[in-house]
Write a protein of this length. Structure first.
Length: 220
């Protein structure tokens, strides 16, 4: 499977290194910086859809914070736990309805269909929120999914190779492309890569499809 958004994610103007989508690190209080990944992911989806309409793929920090604040009215953050997955889907659907946008959101739980859903959404130019769930049934377990970055010109024939930069669980990221075994994702305002086979192995061994899932946004 191969699919991607028609444009790179917008950049938030922060005066620092050019970013890739929204980041919870821009939020003003500690609670939101620690647990606001669901809000940041939802804001990234909405702002990308708005950027497609305007043709402007840079967003001010103030605009990102404004959109995030608006979304918090539909999907409140629970301290230390963040936004519940089902609240995220329900909240986005409420947002679409209140803004008279012809979309609805729901989770695609099945192992096979989730990847077909990702491909279809990307081909429809809609970013995909991926939930990297908690460990299950040991919800306080420490197993995580690797996030990779590219080391430019470090491989054979000048090809970039991947280097593990971080690992996460209980976290939302935004998928912007998929090719073969690789997902391109945005989180913390940076571009990362996730290996699909590693994600699948994590879900099978340490989590569950109910927790580790993709949010489908479809036209209605």
């Amino acid at each position: 499977m191969k699919a991607a958004l028609s444009h790179d994610l917008f950049q938030v103007e922060t005066g620092q290194t050019p970013g890739y989508g929204g980041s919870q690190s821009l939020y003003e209080n500690t609670k939101e910086r620690a647990s606001g990944c669901g809000i940041a992911a939802a804001a990234s989806v909405i702002l990308y859809m708005e950027a497609l309409e305007s043709g402007i793929f840079t967003v001010s920090k103030e605009r990102f914070l404004e959109k995030s604040g608006e979304l918090k009215k539909y999907m409140p953050i629970i301290p230390r736990l963040g936004v519940n997955s089902f609240v995220l889907a329900y909240g986005l659907s409420r947002y679409f309805k209140s803004h008279r946008l012809p979309f609805r959101a729901h989770w695609k739980c099945t192992a096979f269909r989730k990847w077909k859903a990702v491909e279809k959404m990307l081909r429809n130019d809609i970013p995909v929120i991926l939930a990297i769930g908690l460990n299950f049934p040991k919800v306080w377990g420490k197993r995580e999914v690797n996030l990779y970055v590219k080391d430019a010109d470090s491989g054979k024939k000048g090809e970039a190779t991947l280097r593990k930069d971080y690992s996460v669980c209980g976290h939302f990221v935004v998928i912007t492309a998929m090719q073969g075994n690789m997902l391109t994702v945005s989180t913390w305002g940076r571009k990362y890569y996730i290996k699909i086979d590693e994600f699948k192995a994590y879900v099978m061994k340490y989590s569950t499809h109910l927790y580790s899932n993709v949010l489908v946004i479809r036209k209605v």
